[in-house]
Design a protein around this ligand. Structure first.
Ligand SMILES: Cc1ncc(C[n+]2csc(CCOP(=O)(O)OP(=O)(O)O)c2C)c(N)n1
Ligand SMILES: [Mg+2]
Length: 344
């Protein structure tokens, strides 16, 4: 096993720690790699649980998109606010949602992030900045603008980040949110996670503008097209946009180009994909890109990579077992959290 210090990057990460803290993901490339592997294993496990009939409803895998999730989590401060969308397992885990909370939610168990009442696409953990994952396309955009307005009014110094899919740039809420955020120079960052498909349609068959982030020009916002397979590129771009927002220079629109390895939801086998497209993207797998980069600077070797991967697999298995052994969601709980409950 060889986890060491590379010539250029320093790690403070303790390989024996069972669950990384968010601060480590922010600071340490090895911890980021491990979080990406953990996300991949979680998605794999969730598919298995569905196939075994242990999880119900639909689910949206983010395999292939791990660098987007972890890059965003590493670029924002733990006190910032992040609003995601329905494909939000990776973003949740990256920000510090525990595997038990994710798997519990997916399995409809009371240990889930929202006590098993929301299911896989509805995740909340405000203690790590995950305000929630919103399943109505684009709806997180004006909500993030509102959070940014609140940050400004309260002088909290927080930045609000909205993460949404390529399909959501054609929703009215996208335009309304960007317009007001720009006009009021709100401390917000808008991130298009362009995984190439909105349900069964390629983005370039539904949207006239290329790249999608050029939409920002209509609202006088800066924009950038970013390689979403490269976690370091994501951190650099999101980090710069967060910094601009924090110092009062207003919002930015980013487009992170990535690819989803599986269909839209678990019932979609993605027959509409052109031949060779999936393979071409798998050749630029985000976990492999970071792993090879860390190997090249001597921070890990093949044995260490395999060991980290195995530890992630075990952690996810343990989380699934723990969730399965937990009580199913209490239907009575659905009436809690609807109105403010000051005494709770
Ligand atoms: C307003 C609205 N219309 C339709 C849907 C149904 N729907 C759920 S996901 C989805 C596609 C989303 O595509 P994209 O924004 O690219 O996100 P991705 O699924 O690729 O992560 C659609 C049409 C929805 N959730 N909300
Ligand atoms: Mg999409």
């Amino acid at each position: 096993m060889a986890i060491g210090k590379g010539p250029e990057v320093v790690t403070t990460y303790d390989a024996k720690t069972p669950l990384m803290r968010r601060e480590e993901v922010i600071a340490d490339p090895l911890a980021r790699l491990e979080r990406m592997m953990e996300i991949r294993h979680a998605e794999q496990k969730i598919r298995e649980l569905h196939e075994e009939g242990l999880a119900w409803g639909s689910t949206h895998s983010c395999d292939g998109q791990e660098a987007v999730a972890v890059g965003i989590a590493a670029a924002v401060a733990p006190t910032d606010h992040v609003v995601g969308a329905h494909r939000g397992h990776g973003l949740g885990l990256a920000l510090g949602l525990t595997p038990e909370q994710l798997l519990g939610e997916t399995l409809g168990r009371s240990v889930g992030a929202v006590e098993g009442l929301g299911g896989s696409p509805h995740l909340v953990e405000t203690s790590v900045g995950l305000v929630f994952t919103v399943t109505l396309m684009g709806a997180g955009i004006p909500i993030a603008a509102g959070l940014a307005l609140a940050a400004e009014v309260q002088g909290s110094g927080r930045v609000a980040v909205a993460v949404f899919g390529d399909g959501s740039v054609n929703i009215g809420a996208f335009h309304e949110g960007l317009n007001l955020a720009s006009l009021w120079k709100l401390p917000a960052v808008f991130v298009i996670e362009n995984n190439h498909y909105g349900e069964f349609s390629r983005y370039d068959r539904t949207t006239a503008v290329e790249p999608l982030a050029r939409r920002a020009e209509a609202y006088d916002l800066p924009w950038e097209l970013v390689d979403g397979q490269d976690v370091d590129a994501v951190i650099a771009a999101v980090g710069a946009a967060v910094e601009r927002a924090r110092v009062g220079e207003g919002p930015t629109l980013l487009e992170l180009r990535t690819y989803r390895y599986f269909g839209h939801s678990r019932s979609d086998r993605a027959p509409y994909r052109p031949e060779g497209e999936l393979e071409a993207w798998r050749a630029r797998d985000p976990i492999r890109i970071l792993g090879e980069r860390l190997e090249a600077v001597g921070m890990v070797d093949a044995d260490a990579l395999a060991e980290i991967d195995e530890r992630c697999r075990e952690r996810i298995e343990a989380a699934a077992a723990h969730a399965l052994a937990s009580p199913v969601a209490d239907p009575g709980a659905m009436f809690r959290h609807v109105y403010p409950e000051p005494n709770r």
